[in-house]
Design a protein around this ligand. Structure first.
Ligand SMILES: [Zn+2]
Ligand SMILES: [Zn+2]
Length: 122
């Protein structure tokens, strides 16, 4: 997709009050965002599903950084959390629903000894 088309897509979304994909510029009114989770209750999306699927991991991180600098610097969440979520494609299911602990090995077993959740469903 050429730069003009991306720009036109983004402008069309802005006029209607929608944010847009950082890569193709299509608004969230006409495409579906692909989200990742930084904690058990917060997430973000910077790319549409198509662009997520058609980007390398490093490209995904780059687009998340662009969106972070534009929108999310005041969230208090450091970019490293976003980057981790993007690189590992983390979803809410990867976090313990009780204490928010991130499962390091994808086993959905909480390693937080103070928590007590043995396993949670994915
Ligand atoms: Zn896109
Ligand atoms: Zn837990």
């Amino acid at each position: 997709m050429n730069k003009l088309q991306v720009w036109l897509n983004r402008r069309a979304a802005e006029v209607l009050g929608y944010g847009s994909c950082e890569k193709c510029g299509r608004g969230w009114n006409i495409c579906k965002g692909y989200g990742v989770a930084h904690t058990s209750s917060t997430g973000s999306f910077a790319l549409c599903e198509d662009c997520w699927n058609n980007s390398t991991v490093d490209e995904r991180v780059m687009y998340w950084k662009i969106a972070y600098d534009k929108h999310w610097t005041d969230t208090g969440i450091p970019f490293s959390r976003y980057e981790q979520a993007v690189r590992r494609n983390l979803q809410w299911e990867n976090y313990c629903p009780q204490c928010g602990y991130l499962s390091e090995d994808g086993s959905n077993k909480c390693m937080n000894k103070d928590c007590g959740v043995e396993r949670w469903g994915i």
